[in-house]
Design a protein around this ligand. Structure first.
Ligand SMILES: [Zn+2]
Ligand SMILES: [Zn+2]
Ligand SMILES: [Zn+2]
Length: 327
């Protein structure tokens, strides 16, 4: 938590992935981000994956926001991983403490209250009744005629009996058996926004949230991030997608580009154009914070991409509104 200075957070707020992600909390779409279990890949944060793309690690992204004091986390689960291959596809096995076999039979111990005889439940079973093997009385009422005295295990391999098995882990991928002693255990967290940064976040840094709100108030159906299928069949991700009316074809797409030092270069314009070319939306906007380079502006004009330059949230909304009404 040493790095949790305001400056560190301010740097993070300027990042577009952080903005799109935090706006999910600010808009109330998510209160807490819980990981989703995938049998193939283990726990995943699909929302984060969609925002940051395949090249980056969701865990690293979330840990950075946590270290900066933006997100708080809650221990959600702990995942046992294979000490050899790292796989999380692990099964837990209860084993015989004598010969280590996992082929054990688990039974309940039953005590006949009247005569004091104690044995495993199976030995009391006669047809569908419970009959005491010693005095041959029928056991009817639990806690009156008989009581369950615990668990008793018998090993089918070495025939020994015991009450507490030992735990072992079996890797379904590399078939390695490992003990509790060599287990690699990973913490998995659920994340939520720190209350004390909520105001700081919404103050001036995060532009995505007010833009979403503005579009929604103007009668659009808004998605962020938005996946739009292009003519080529490929899916493209935009920071915001806004739809209006019956025809879902009427789509407005918006990307955000930020720069901490000087104007935003032309790369985000090129990236947006590549997607726009395939998707053919009604309108395409690039919000550039704080401003776009001259070269970027020339390209945007050529590609018919509308530019919204803004230093603050208010400015972004005001300019976007003006541009949207103009057409
Ligand atoms: Zn055994
Ligand atoms: Zn008895
Ligand atoms: Zn393994």
């Amino acid at each position: 938590m040493q790095k949790s200075s305001k400056a560190e957070r301010a740097d993070l707020y300027k990042d577009r992935s952080t903005q799109v992600f935090l706006s999910k909390f600010l808009s109330g779409e998510i209160a807490e981000l819980e990981p989703i279990y995938d049998p193939e890949a283990g726990y995943r944060y699909s929302i984060v994956e969609a925002i940051i793309g395949e090249a980056s690690e969701p865990q690293v992204f979330l840990a950075r926001l946590h270290d900066a004091g933006i997100l708080k986390r809650r221990l959600y689960d702990r995942v046992i991983c294979c000490p050899k291959c790292g796989s999380a596809s692990i099964s837990t096995r209860y084993c015989c403490p004598y010969c280590k076999s996992f082929d054990i039979q688990k039974s309940s111990l039953i005590e006949h209250v009247k005569c004091g005889y104690m044995d495993v439940e199976e030995n009391f079973h006669k047809e569908d009744k419970l009959i005491c093997p010693k005095c041959h009385d029928e056991l009817k009422k639990p806690d009156v005629d008989y009581r369950r005295a615990g668990i008793w295990c018998t090993c089918r391999e070495c025939s020994k009996s015991f009450d507490i098995p030992i735990t072992a882990h079996f890797c379904r991928d590399c078939h390695m058996n490992s003990s509790f002693e060599d287990a690699v255990i990973r913490d998995v967290y659920a994340y939520s926004l720190c209350e004390d940064v909520r105001e700081e976040v919404s103050l001036d840094w995060v532009v995505i949230t007010p833009v979403r709100d503005f579009l929604r108030d103007s009668g659009f159906h808004v998605e962020s991030p938005a996946f739009v299928k292009g003519k080529s069949g490929a899916n493209h991700v935009f920071d915001i997608g806004a739809y209006k009316g019956e025809t879902s074809k009427k789509v407005t797409v918006i990307d955000l580009a930020t720069s901490t030092e000087g104007p935003v270069p032309e790369q985000p314009v090129i990236a947006l154009f590549a997607k726009v070319y395939d998707v053919s939306p009604d309108r395409a906007y690039l919000i550039a914070i704080p401003e776009l380079s001259e070269n970027g502006k020339k390209m945007a004009e050529l590609y018919n991409i509308q530019i919204v330059e803004a230093k603050t949230q208010k400015e972004a909304i005001k300019t976007l509104k003006e541009k949207m009404l103009r057409k």
